[in-house]
Design a protein around this ligand. Sequence first.
Ligand SMILES: [Mg+2]
Length: 223
Amino acid sequence: MQKLGQSWNSAGIALFARVALRDQPLALPHLSVPDIRWVNWGALRAAGFQGCVFDKDNTLTEPYSLELHPHVKASLEECRRTFDGRLVLYSNSAGLQQFDPDGTEAAALEAALGIPVLRHREKKPAGGSEDMEQHFGCKAEQLVMVGDRYLTDVVFGNRNGMLTVRPAPFTSKGEPKAVLLARAIEESFVGRWQRSGVQPPLHPLAASAAAAAAFLRHPDDWP
Ligand SMILES: [Mg+2]
């Protein structure tokens, strides 16, 4: 039952409808990658970014798993070193007041993954940037949002002026039906907008396609 509650995001659906009608760029990420190994953390840091905010399910772990996916372990460690530990997890379950009021899940996740879990009140894509800005001590524009869902992670990051990175999900295994449906709908819309030339919102630290491309790291350069 809790899984159903977590996957039903009415504020998110309303916001996505608004995005679809009026503000399509908000759903488009600045960078699309197969997984986070393709992100050049050093280049992001050098460009002036101060920290990274991660989604959990299908970004760092398989859905509902407490173990980092083998593809992301080394990259996440490098991200941690590059940003001097300034990374957090921003989940729509752990650390969310509604589902995790006493922070038990957040604490378990912190112990398992070694990343602080931001405590917050609103589900992505709703919610402002105050919690993050307070945690990192910088403006949201200087933060990178990394997450697999257009509807939640990308819209949330773009609404708050962050640089948005969208890794492809690891698996559909274990995802609730509502999430699979939402994913299929948002992927179809976003694909259509991308093909018709819609661009993500302009980000001051990634003002051109070439600047954004410099944040990518190709397999030849992986450690
Ligand atoms: Mg996710």
